[in-house]
Design a protein around this ligand. Structure first.
Ligand code: CMP
Length: 140
């Protein structure tokens, strides 16, 4: 079925001028942009976005990092795009993410407290609906 997913280019990706490269890979794969914005997230938005990670040891550094500069948020649409974008992104740990993926090709471990892994993609239809509602309250 046609799905929508929330993609973020995290602050490391924006700082490294990789926004175009990430969007290029999404579009080249055949997915469509439905909404797009550049913005610095505040703690309230991130608390909602990362509610499931609250209490984990990397939570505070994660919120700190994610609010450290602008991110690009996109709603991306296509058949099975939730699974599809996660395949494009590669696994969470950029050191071992497969070459050919966004993280595998463009990210590495910098020895920091949070894995700076360039992008986020929703992990299920439920998360996608929740996350799209948080980042794009105007979208049905
Ligand atoms: P993301 O898909 O945005 O979801 C949670 C984020 O937390 C993840 O990407 C990483 O940036 C970060 N993360 C997940 N696990 C760890 C970990 N074990 N140590 C540090 N950061 C992590």
């Amino acid at each position: 079925a046609v799905q929508r997913t929330l993609v973020l280019v995290k602050p490391d990706g924006v700082r490294r001028n990789l926004v175009g490269e990430v969007l290029r890979r999404i579009e080249a794969k055949g997915y469509s942009l439905v909404a797009l914005q550049l913005r610095t997230a505040d703690r309230e938005l991130l608390a909602g976005h990362y509610a499931e990670h609250e209490g984990k040891p990397f939570y505070e550094p994660l919120v700190e990092f994610m609010s450290s500069g602008p991110v690009v948020a996109a709603v991306v649409e296509g058949q099975r795009v939730i699974e599809g974008f996660r395949a494009l992104a590669g696994t969470t740990d950029p050191t071992t993410a497969a070459p050919g993926t966004i993280r595998g090709d463009l990210a590495r471990d910098w020895g920091l407290r949070v894995q700076q892994n360039l992008v986020h993609g929703s992990d299920s239809e439920e998360s996608a609906a929740r996350e799209i509602g948080l980042w794009f309250p105007g979208l049905g």
